[in-house]
Ligand binder design. Structure first.
Ligand SMILES: [Mn+2]
Length: 456
């Protein structure tokens, strides 16, 4: 899915199934967690980046609407693997210069159990649960009610801490906590926190081996749903029916939800980048852009294929399709780890894969009025993929081993009701080579037409 210029989180209204997990039940978490030591290592890395400061994060709140499933805050999940609402995490960085020197410290704050609510939500764990810290995989667990006094105590013991606080800038809980702490400390000026995402983004950009496994599982499950789509696209079928079949297959494959609202756009709808109304009926002669993939244990995939409703590309559709595919291949071929970047809106940076793809589209094929086809490419080449489908990154990011990103050139010609986007998710391997996680899904017009006939 192409990234919007101004980042906006898409609300997913796609699943009626809320997944209630319970660490106390015999089935354990519904998500595939990485080892507790992995999350601990990430918190220690964050602690070291704090230079003696304190980071406070809050878990995502319960969704307000009954039909919305719970999804944990991405940074919170990355640092804890904790998939419950109502919690908070405090990470205090070590400070060897403080007198006395302060060691690293981490505390997971858990809400008090509400036995009446548990009739609805299932059994939860709280700080009073025996062995709570070990079960949660953290050094210390405290009740949520102890958070204000814990923070207050740390700042009272070392005023430097109050000037080195980090949290999510849009967190209402953090704002409330800081104003309470300011008031109780009798500060003349209210405490201010810095933007925690400046510290979590560099960590999240590089995926570890366990994350690559989860991202690969998301890619496999998504490819399978795309393969099913090749067989279900037909004249007379609605875009929505195709989206629904794909979502069912994603869930059968162990994914908890699509990683974004699936886009099935046929005809003129193929030229709308984030079209997800999916309300039209497909017609022979039209192309359909299918941008749909799923999330496996919180890790996303991102795939787009463009196929002809009739099963056969027209000459003009093939011509434009081949230019878009050529651009994707040119960008992948130009990749050099440690040098290439993505996203260069001005197409000036020769190291940017964006520039390579744009130049290819510029030099091949023409628009309806004889202009370069690149006039009809209106979004960036790609974005990072991780816990978020548009994972945070410091763009233009230099692509290094462990990074996962999309290459998704597209050409959209409303005058011809013709949109083509081809999108694969790639990993930079430890050897610096590019690995296409979506390599097994058809790319060429020939393979697309064959897959529509045979399902392979
Ligand atoms: Mn994308």
């Amino acid at each position: 899915m192409p990234r919007m210029p101004q980042f906006r989180k898409l609300l997913l209204l796609t699943s009626l199934l809320a997944v209630f997990t319970s660490l106390l039940s015999s089935s354990g978490s519904a998500l595939e967690r990485q080892p507790s030591a992995t999350y601990h290592g990430r918190r220690v890395a964050l602690g070291n980046a704090l230079h003696g400061g304190v980071a406070i994060l809050f878990a995502a709140e319960e969704p307000l609407l009954d039909f919305m499933p719970y999804r944990q805050d991405a940074d919170f999940y990355y640092l804890t693997g904790w998939n419950e609402p109502g919690a908070a995490l405090l990470v205090a960085g070590p400070d060897v210069d403080a007198r006395p020197a302060r060691p690293y410290r981490e505390i997971l704050f858990l809400p008090t159990r509400n036995l009446r609510m548990e009739k609805y939500t299932g059994v939860k764990m709280d700080a009073a649960t025996p062995n709570a810290a070990a079960l949660a995989g953290v050094d210390e667990v405290m009740p949520m009610t102890a958070l204000p006094s814990a923070l207050n105590g740390m700042i009272a013991a070392d005023r430097q801490v109050g000037a080195n606080l980090w949290t999510h800038p849009d967190s209402e809980q953090a704002t409330a906590l800081l104003s309470w702490t300011s008031a109780t400390l009798g500060n003349s000026a209210p405490l201010k926190a810095r933007d925690l995402t400046q510290l979590t983004t560099p960590l999240r950009q590089i995926k570890d081996a366990g994350e690559i496994i989860l991202l690969t599982k998301a890619a496999e499950a998504s490819m399978d749903a795309q393969r099913l789509m090749f067989r279900s696209v037909k004249a007379g079928v609605t875009e929505r029916a195709v989206a629904g079949e794909m979502i069912a297959r994603m869930m059968e494959n162990g994914c908890e939800r699509p990683s974004y609202a699936p886009i099935v756009g046929s005809g003129i709808n193929s030229t709308t980048l984030h079209y997800s109304e999916n309300s039209a009926t497909m017609r022979d002669g039209d192309l359909v852009v299918v941008d749909a993939a799923c999330e496996y244990s919180m890790y996303a995939s991102d795939i787009t294929r463009t196929i002809p409703v009739s099963g056969h590309f027209t000459a003009r559709q093939s011509e434009v399709y081949d230019v878009v595919l050529g651009a994707q291949r040119a960008a992948a071929a130009a990749f050099v780890a440690g040098k290439s970047t993505i996203n260069d809106p001005f197409h000036k940076d020769p190291n940017s894969l964006d520039t390579v793809a744009w130049q290819y589209i510029h030099d091949h094929g023409k628009g309806p009025h004889g202009e370069p086809l690149s006039d009809y490419w209106i979004h960036g080449l790609g974005h990072m993929v991780g816990i978020d489908v548009h994972d945070p990154a410091n763009y233009p990011a230099v692509l290094k081993p462990g990074m996962v990103f999309t290459i998704e050139p597209g050409v959209y010609i409303p005058e011809e009701k013709l949109g083509v986007r081809i999108e694969d998710t790639f990993v930079v391997g430890q050897d610096g080579k590019l690995i296409d996680l979506i390599a097994k899904l058809p790319h060429t017009t020939e393979h697309v037409e064959a897959a529509m006939r045979t399902g392979k």
